[in-house]
Design a protein around this ligand. Structure first.
Ligand SMILES: *[C@@H]1O[C@H](CO)[C@@H](O)[C@H](O)[C@H]1NC(C)=O
Ligand SMILES: *[C@@H]1O[C@H](CO)[C@@H](O)[C@H](O)[C@H]1NC(C)=O
Ligand SMILES: *[C@@H]1O[C@H](CO)[C@@H](O)[C@H](O)[C@H]1NC(C)=O
Ligand SMILES: *[C@@H]1O[C@H](CO)[C@@H](O)[C@H](O)[C@H]1NC(C)=O
Ligand SMILES: *[C@@H]1O[C@H](CO)[C@@H](O)[C@H](O)[C@H]1NC(C)=O
Ligand SMILES: *[C@@H]1O[C@H](CO)[C@@H](O)[C@H](O)[C@H]1NC(C)=O
Ligand SMILES: *[C@@H]1O[C@H](CO)[C@@H](O)[C@H](O)[C@H]1NC(C)=O
Length: 254
């Protein structure tokens, strides 16, 4: 038996696995990020310097009796389009919230929890609601009011029909990756390293985390590559065994 015929199944198998792995990886990396359609009506100036990541802050809301009823830990970045008074046209500004200068307050009742964050001239409000039948919660409202130095008038935006940060009662919602929450055409919120629990806090700790899809996709690629490598090993093993069997058969017929 010549070395050529023994090598062939190995090469074919290996090529197949590599091509498969590359195709899978490509199909995942080209997947569009799950952002809502961007506004195209106005084309405001894009700031030249790319914004730095916001610092992560811990924001808790406590009940009258002093127990935490909402816990949140997250980095927050505002993406706001407003009419600049110096340029008399829409500009887009990216502003990070600074945890050490942000005051937090809020309130909780049976099926609704509110977190209000205030930095100088900026107020950001989160409203979570709980469906006690399905035992699921979500962020249904986000509101921003701001008056920054170059604004021609006070800015305000709110949307109370959102459906973000969906979790199960007793669990926290977690998203390590950057996530964009579109609120209105001229306001979106970028969250970083977010973990929230608006209901059902037991003690002073987050419940078991339910991770967002962005984080899961991130873990999927290594899993696929690992599976492809395992497949490669199997193919090589099979090729080796088949090759051995063939050469044995070859010797026996002689
Ligand atoms: C605090 O108040 C909340 C509701 O207002 C209640 O569910 C909780 O049991 C109270 N905790 C304590 C320690 O009294
Ligand atoms: C801000 O929002 C605009 C569209 O509304 C988008 O094109 C841009 O990429 C956003 N910037 C950041 C840093 O999120
Ligand atoms: C807040 O933190 C930033 C950077 O972490 C720092 O530059 C600033 O001085 C701090 N401000 C206050 C009031 O502590
Ligand atoms: C709560 O969840 C149940 C079951 O999923 C659903 O039928 C009901 O419409 C929901 N209620 C609200 C107020 O969304
Ligand atoms: C906040 O607003 C007040 C009055 O509206 C203004 O004097 C002040 O400079 C603003 N501060 C910042 C940081 O924009
Ligand atoms: C509010 O959010 C919903 C869901 O994301 C969206 O369909 C709707 O257009 C938003 N409303 C406004 C005024 O932007
Ligand atoms: C919020 O609660 C957590 C857990 O009790 C605690 O580690 C954190 O320091 C609290 N943050 C604030 C701002 O009170």
């Amino acid at each position: 038996m010549t070395p050529y015929t023994r090598k062939q199944p190995f090469l074919a198998g290996a090529t197949f696995v590599v091509v498969l792995a590359m195709t899978l990886h490509q199909s995942f990396s080209t997947e569009a990020p799950p952002t809502a359609p961007a506004s195209v009506t106005s084309t405001p100036q894009v700031p030249s310097a790319s914004p730095s990541k916001p610092e992560r802050g811990n924001y808790n809301v406590t009940n009258n009796n002093g127990t935490a009823c909402l816990m949140a830990s997250m980095g927050l970045q505002l993406n706001v389009t407003y009419v600049s008074s110096s340029q008399s046209k829409p500009v887009q500004e990216i502003v990070n919230l600074h945890p050490n200068m942000t005051k937090n307050m809020g309130s909780c009742d049976g099926d609704s929890a509110t977190l209000i964050l205030k930095e100088e001239n900026t107020t950001l409000t989160f409203i979570f609601s709980l469906n006690s039948t399905s035992r699921k919660y979500h962020l249904n409202g986000l509101a921003l009011s701001a008056f920054w130095p170059d604004m021609s008038e006070p800015f305000s935006a709110s949307n109370t029909t959102l459906n973000y940060l969906r979790g199960t009662l007793g669990h926290s919602y977690m998203c390590r990756e950057e996530q964009t929450l579109n609120v209105e055409q001229d306001f979106s919120l970028n969250t970083f390293q977010l973990q929230v629990q608006p209901f059902g806090i037991n003690g002073d700790q987050f419940g078991a985390a339910e991770e967002c899809e962005l984080d899961e996709d991130d873990m999927l690629i290594p899993i696929i590559v690992g599976a492809a490598l395992a497949g490669l090993v199997l193919v090589v093993l099979a090729a080796y065994l088949i090759g051995r069997k063939r050469s044995h058969a070859g010797y026996q017929t002689i």
